[in-house]
Write a protein that binds this ligand. Sequence first.
Ligand SMILES: [Zn+2]
Length: 389
Amino acid sequence: MRRRNAESILQAVRQQPGLSRADVARVCDLAKSTVSSVVDELVKSELVDETGSKESSRGRRPVGLMFNPNSRVAVGLSLDHNRLVIVLCNLDGIVQAVRTKKLTRRNNLQSVASIVLPELQRLLADQDLVPSKIAGAGLAVPGPLPSVPAACTEGDKLNYESLRKQLARELKCSVVIDSNTNMAALAESRLGAARDCEEALVVRLGQEVRSALIVDHKLLKGAQGRAGELGHVKAPGIERACKCGKRGCINSVAATDAILSRCQSSGAQFDDIDEVISSAIGGDRHCREALIDAGLAVGYGIAICINILAPPHLILTGRLVAAGNLLLDPLREAITKFATTDNLLNCNLVFDDSHNHIEAIGASLASLSEDDFLLNLISESSAKAIQEA
Ligand SMILES: [Zn+2]
């Protein structure tokens, strides 16, 4: 209860910048002496700044209180099969620093755990930050959670959870976990192209093609969190085998893994989808054809979504969007061919390549959105101050 009171004081200061201590006491319905001792602790812990008192014709104006978003950082981590991204955001979700690390197929999840912490420590040190400044963390991983994704074994799922627990132990803060696609959608809805959109569909072109539906500013995750498997829709003219065991899925031509292995089968050595995109832009015929087929298949899937859901905003994000018009022209062509004209006219289609690390940014935002996030910022000393007042 006492920490809850301290939380309500911090909440009031955050929501209404410039309140005086007396204002806060009134807003929170707490005694002025209680508010004053808690505010002293919040100022000491740098969570709250005081704007200096001013003399005016009516005498001294009381000191205004401001929430300090730069007093702590939220960590966002995203993992896919060949890349680890770590971002540090301030408490307003503004990115402060980014670190990426290439992973090889030899880095199984167990060894990834031993890479994440040293990489995070280096990033903190670069920013002159100590681990105690971490307010919370989020972990974005491949595949839907909490259920077992089609292309992921039960062992992987257990390892994601054990990685989350290990991070929470080492960082001494709560760590939220969700799929890369849901984390990307969260970032799009908070500070990206879906900002201020009540309803939107986010399609992420990454290791797999997945979608996330935002309704009333919230993610609609479906039974067992399995909504959004757009990549397993069967597209016309495709017969390739998919990892799910069926044939003709959009993923079989548009997942970055599928594109990579197709381009490698022509004899070229590509480690990464970014290299395929660069070669396609440079004129490589095999890479261009692979991206065109991916664009046509994804465009078909998006058209089906537009017909069924009529989303007012549809945001396309993920690493493949960097291919630009090589991918987007065939994608638009398929959408125009298969989507109902009226639904298409009412859909604001956005290609968002502005956030290169959107999954990790979403993960840090997820940690800032936790119900008890402000409560967890309240140090023991603030709680004690309110107890003693
Ligand atoms: Zn499939």
